[in-house]
Design a protein around this ligand. Sequence first.
Ligand code: AMP
Ligand code: MG
Length: 533
Amino acid sequence: MSYLDFNIENKFSSQLPKDLEESIFPHQVHSAAFSWVTPKRTSNPQLIASSRDAAAMLGLSTEQLKSDEFLQLFTGNIVPEEFSPYAMCYGGHQFGHWAGQLGDGRAINLAEVNTPSYGHKVLQLKGAGPTPFSRTADGLAVLRSSVREFLCSEAMFHLGIPTTRALSLSLTGDSVVRDMFYNGNAKAELGAVVCRVSSSFMRFGSIELPAYRKDKALLKQLVDYSIKRDFPELLNEYADDPIQRYLAWFEEIAQRTCRLMVDWMRVGFVHGVMNTDNMSLIGETIDYGPYGWIDNFDLSWTPNTTDAQGKRYRFGKQGEISQWNLFQLANAIYPLIAESAPLETILNNYSKTYQQQWHAMMSNKLGITSEAINHKADTELFLALEILLGDIETDMTIFYRLLADFSYNEKVKENNFNHFADCFYLEEQLTIDHQSRFSLWLESYAHRIQQDGKTAEQRKAAMNKVNPKYVLRNYLAQQAIELAEQGDYSKLHELQKVLEKPYDEQIAFHHYSEKRPEWARNKAGCSMLSCSS
Ligand code: AMP
Ligand code: MG
């Protein structure tokens, strides 16, 4: 007997109240943080991808990862009693409106383990069958959305951005019916299960739900649990002052959320569904649904077809939306604090912190040292660049890598521009006017880096550490999906490998860094995605 030698430690389910209704029939779960559930058995599971790195974090060897026991455990076919799987209860604001109870409708926390070197981790199956929170849906997931979750969470980790991890991706052998664009064209797709891993899957919505229900006892239990589990330093620091402790907890969440948003802006990630049930309390990227990566820099772009009208979750609005989401979290914890001023202060500071961090991030992207004396002029330089990049279709990722290599030649002003030829999408947009504005910007940038005093090599090395060469371009994920649907996992595996070193040149894989091809411009899955998964 091995159960892969996990050190099981089910804290969430042993310390928080459980749903007393045992049926998985959809129901409102009151005065409880979770419901017991059992993953659905799968008919013919097959492991098609795994992360050795995530496995190592859990103390799993490569042999264990490849074993039949692993496959059976991580597709829900063997459920040891001590694992005690459960689904979490939470609510959330969806697209700006309170949506009531949501909960883990297609996620099952399989077990909580104490890892050898990375502390406490929760192993969660996504797509393992219905729970009391599934409402009218089936609790299952299809291959395409599972490939997207698997590849993107691992890519995000290797970019150095906080995220839930993905341990494994398996086919279930069962088919799942989905109407991908909600237009009456339902079809059977391949079912899949991803095992994701995090220290905590609690969301803003976990705290909002008891607050909306005026269940102050549960609200307090959940906040206390979050602090004890994920912010234990606050327990000592504010041992005798629970109100200050709650405020410090909220402030720390705001800080982490801010850093996350700035990181997303740095690499061109658009989450697509920043509902409060998709915001992690520990500041990780969570719930990879209809997300997308910026090809041509466009602050108004949203990958999510459900969001096409209002574009609430567009690229350039993520900072503002995260603040709106924090406002909802502040409202939710208000009963524990009973004073609004300190919460308002934290929320008001958020914009300032965001601006500061954005400024520092842009300075890093441009390879210049941020100093108070240049602050205002640099901000103008950054904003002018954003306008320039958005004016005509310019590939964001390629642009910054080219910029790292750029050296200004005073004698041939216009020709400086040629260095960037590879990052434009449409030749006809390259008007004389645009070229001259671009040249002017390059001139100001050249002055600025000269003043900064780094050598060309130093600047390039610094820039290439924050500007990835490889991101999970939407069309690349789609190509990997289409092949995987035919049983060919080669591209999925290759992409996973390339994205493990996103900042490295990796010449052999250069083609993965190229611009989105024209055929992908308006193709479903490449430029538009729905929540269907
Ligand atoms: P999401 O948009 O993925 O954050 O999901 C919003 C809510 O719908 C969450 O409560 C999910 O668990 C639930 N949900 C989404 N898809 C499914 C599904 N296929 N089966 C059951 N519940 C689902
Ligand atoms: Mg969600």
